[in-house]
Design a protein around this ligand. Structure first.
Ligand code: ARG
Length: 490
């Protein structure tokens, strides 16, 4: 019924992967799991909270002295056979030489002093071709495991355009590892610890701008020290005003964004100015490393598994399908809907992409007959395949008006927006009213204004996000134009 969305060639699929914008409909990022406030000024974690975090241990030291003494970095399981870590964990700064795969073991254990620590051998190490130990740019490497780890949940690396909210300034993130907890000496924990951090704006990372968290004002780095295109800065502050930061030994470990159930690997512990200072920690920006991670097969290649939920707007001779996406952690690059006439079996479809502005994606199936009952179903897809199809929804096009489109919006004086609107088509039954209606996305009051000579003025808008449409009504009923996002001015 629905055409497969699979790209035809691998090159094509990669191009789509790297240029497509995928967002989740899950809205605001929330705190990760239920972690309490290591790491410097960090907190312990609940067993199993971040199961994909692994310790990198020196194979020789491990044999002689065990995992606690042998641990030197952390990493994340991103597929059953790949660990993503920092390049500086596996490249000698002085000589530029890469470690032998046989010299490193991956330890899967929250407590490094625990009995019977599970270790997995590494078969190959790949370092990002652009890794520069001087500037610490592209500080990422992939360890391919000699045996697949199939019983530990993975974390999905973030990719360009994937849920941009996870890295918006102030977004909550977690850093996890077995690194030093002391600002003055060394105190390494046996059990893994976490730090609750927030993401810094780019300007407070590589453009020297200050950034305040709670009572603490942090300084950014200079443009020639940190490059926000390739790095993410983050730090946290405890309730009593102490700085939370990663430290030596945490390197390569994850910066984790998003909500529990849809966690993303957004960064890797890379470098900092000592630990817990008035400078943020600097993390490798994972979304900027996607091409390398794809080439190393460190990003899972599974299709989405959850069908979208659909609502349908009735149009004259068409149907507009609105998608609500539930993310299972896999990427969504495309959506499709199909309307089938159960009597004739004919099908028409439409396609949409996830939207950057987080409004529900939609598409319009045109060329349908009025007064025919269609069955509408939808799927989500990425370059690896399609989700199952949603439960069919019945819908009947009827000759409601065809509202003119919003051609331009200007948000002028406080609380006002002016819309230029194309002509509406009555579709055989005289127009009763044509208005622009703005619905608040945060539960505030809806506002509207009549369209007069192609212009509508909507007033009393709050400083909120609104979705605005032209609503044209005739004797048959009302129809809405495609929505536009409008943000009220303060
Ligand atoms: N390079 C350090 C390591 O090898 C990590 C430093 C992170 N520093 C910071 N202040 N966040 O473990």
């Amino acid at each position: 019924m629905l055409r497969a969305l699979r790209a035809t060639t691998v090159a094509n699929a990669l191009a789509i992967a790297l240029t497509c914008i995928a967002t989740s409909a899950t809205g605001q990022p929330a705190s990760v799991g239920g972690a309490k406030p290591s790491i410097v000024n960090g907190q312990g974690i609940e067993a199993g909270q971040f199961p994909f975090v692994v310790a990198l241990v020196d194979a020789e030291t491990f044999e002689r002295e065990g995992a606690f003494d042998a641990q030197f970095c952390a990493g994340s399981l991103t597929t059953p056979t790949t660990i993503v870590t920092a390049a500086h964990c596996v490249v000698d700064d002085q000589t530029g030489r890469q470690a032998e795969a046989s010299s490193i073991l991956v330890a899967i254990a929250e407590n490094l002093m625990g009995a019977d620590i599970r270790v997995v051998p590494v078969s190959t190490i790949a370092v990002h071709p652009d890794y520069d130990s001087e500037m610490v740019t592209s500080d990422v490497a992939v360890l391919t495991l000699a045996e697949a780890v199939t019983d530990v949940p993975i974390i999905m690396p973030m990719r360009p355009g994937d849920i941009p909210d996870y890295l918006s300034p102030g977004a909550p993130v977690f850093v996890v590892g077995w690194g030093n907890q002391s600002l003055t000496g060394s105190s390494y924990p046996e059990a893994i610890r976490a730090g609750a951090l927030v993401v810094f704006p780019d300007g407070a990372c590589g453009r020297n701008e200050p950034y305040k968290i709670g009572s603490v004002t942090f300084d950014g780095f200079n443009w020639d020290e940190a490059d926000p295109a390739l790095m993410v800065c983050a730090a946290g502050v405890t309730a009593s005003g102490k700085v939370i930061d990663a430290c030596q030994g945490d390197s390569g470990g994850p910066l984790i964004g998003g909500q529990s159930g849809a966690l993303r690997l957004v960064g890797l512990v890379s470098w900092g100015d000592d630990c817990g200072t008035r400078h943020p920690g600097v993390y490798t920006r994972i979304a900027a490393m996607a091409e390398f991670l794809m080439a190393q097969r460190a990003i899972s290649t599974l299709p989405p598994t959850i069908a979208p939920a659909l609502t349908v707007d009735v149009l004259s001779g068409g149907l507009r399908v609105n998608f609500a996406i539930t993310s299972d952690g896999s990427l969504i690059n495309q959506l499709a809907a199909a309307a089938t006439d159960p009597v004739t079996g004919t099908t028409a479809s439409c396609f949409a992409k996830p939207r950057r502005d987080h409004l529900p994606p939609f598409c319009t199936i045109a060329g349908l007959a009025n007064a025919v009952s269609y069955s509408v179903s939808g799927i989500t897809a990425n370059e690896f395949g399609n989700s199952p199809a949603s439960t069919p929804v019945p819908a009947v096009p009827i000759p409601v008006p065809t509202p003119g489109a919003i051609r331009a919006v200007s948000v002028g004086a406080v609380g006002q927006a002016r819309f230029q609107v194309g002509a509406s088509d009555a579709n055989g039954s005289a127009l009763v009213s044509v208005r622009v209606e703005c619905r608040s996305l945060s539960g505030g009051a809806a506002r509207s204004g009549p369209v007069v000579k192609g212009v509508a003025l909507v007033t009393r808008l709050a400083a909120q996000r609104y979705t605005c449409s032209v609503v044209a009504t005739n004797a048959v009923g009302a129809a809405r134009s495609n929505p536009r996002l409008v943000i009220g001015r303060r």
